[in-house]
Design a protein around this ligand. Structure first.
Ligand code: 1CP
Length: 342
């Protein structure tokens, strides 16, 4: 299978690229009028991700509208906790709410490792997207990282501090490790399922890495990222640990190809800490996209120059915010695609 545009994959593998590839975390979603229109027609968000035809349609919307260099399968990281035995509701303007949470070792016993087969609807959506893309650009598969999924499972939803989840780590350490290991095995099966269904690369989102100390991250997150990356075979892996610049040196030891960066650290410092081997992804502050075109262009060009012409995938430092003007998003993408390195 030869992709017509394989810039993202070549950049991920550290091969020569003639220009920097670009995509956006959360590119499918509320920034697009097409998405908002389709969303009105379905009962809820979960109805959308569980329907392969609709998930396929939403995945392709940003490809057509924005001209990005990769598609990312439309789903959510919370499908894993659900399949392990913790169903959730996605409440509009509020976020996810789990009906049950993990409070003790007994609750962990009632959960199971998923073998990936339960998530057939995601694999079906992947097959449909691959067919429609017709080898035009790569398709990204994804999962939450064990720590981030653990945080939702204990907390029952989003949180500013994730103090319940951290309390569990520090007071029930053995049980926490047991659950993190169960989540890791589920993630491995799920990512392998996505790869078998056709994704070209996978990203692991550790969105709440930043609430842990370096010591806690080394104890409760890194070993599980390592386990997953060692087990995954056949496609490049991107690890995005948001707000965890303190862990960049340790990331060197994780068998991933790309490390995602948020905007909180100078690019040169991140590169220094991580070394020369891995490709970097990121890292424009999503709020820059609220600025006017000239400022977006300038900030994007400064970013591109800092990263250099190779081993970089342009992206934001976190998912694009739903109220971002579409013109700002397009300006960012077009600037990356037109930029010429001296
Ligand atoms: O009604 C809606 O449209 C709900 C908004 C929405 C969307 C569009 C949610 C709820 N999830 C998604 C899709 C989604 N989620 C994608 C789609 C592909 C793409 O990027 O285009 C992806 C990759 C995710 C991943 C995800 N879900 C993460 C990791 C990325 C990140 O932003 O850090 C997280 C933390 C979630 C949980 C989640 N799902 C939805 C919400 C509102 C949240 C966050 C809740 C919180 O703040 O804790």
């Amino acid at each position: 299978m030869n992709l017509k545009n394989d810039l993202l994959l070549r950049a991920a593998r550290g091969e020569t690229i003639e220009r920097t590839p670009v995509w956006l975390m959360r590119q499918a979603g509320r920034i697009l009028p097409q998405y908002r229109a389709l969303r009105k027609k379905v009962k809820d968000f979960k109805g959308l991700i569980a329907n392969p035809e609709l998930a396929c349609e939403v995945t392709l919307q940003p490809v057509k509208e924005l001209g990005v260099d990769a598609a990312i399968i439309f789903s959510d990281i919370l499908v894993i906790p659900e399949e392990m035995g913790l169903p959730y509701n996605m409440i509009d303007s509020v976020g996810p709410r789990f009906q049950k949470t993990v409070k003790n070792v007994g609750d962990i016993k009632s959960l199971h490792v998923c073998d990936g087969d339960e998530l057939d609807y995601v694999y079906e959506a992947i097959s449909l997207v691959k067919e429609d893309l017709n080898n035009k650009i790569p398709l990204i598969g994804f999962s939450g990282a064990p720590w981030t999924l653990f945080a939702y499972m204990v907390e029952g939803g989003g949180s500013k501090t994730f103090s319940k989840a951290k309390k569990f780590l520090f007071t029930e350490s053995e049980s926490a490790h047991k659950l993190l290991d169960m989540i890791s095995d589920s993630v491995i099966a799920y990512l392998q399922g996505q790869i078998d269904a056709g994704v070209d690369i996978v990203q692991i989102f550790d969105s709440w890495a930043g609430v842990l100390s370096p010591e806690a991250y080394n104890n409760y997150s890194l070993p599980y990222l390592q386990k997953i990356c060692n087990a995954i075979d056949g496609v490049p892996i991107i690890v995005f640990a948001k707000d965890a610049h303190y862990v960049l040196e340790d990331m060197k030891e994780v068998k991933c190809d790309v490390v995602g960066l948020d905007w909180t650290m100078p690019i040169s410092e991140s590169r220094k800490r991580l070394g020369k081997k891995k490709t970097l992804q990121g890292n424009l502050d999503p709020c820059i996209l609220y600025s006017d075109a000239a400022d977006i262009k300038l900030a994007t060009e400064v970013m591109l120059k800092e990263f250099g012409s190779q081993k970089h995938i342009a992206n934001l430092g976190h998912g694009v915010y739903p109220d971002t003007p579409l013109d700002g998003v397009k300006c960012f993408i077009d600037t990356v695609k037109q930029y010429k390195f001296e």
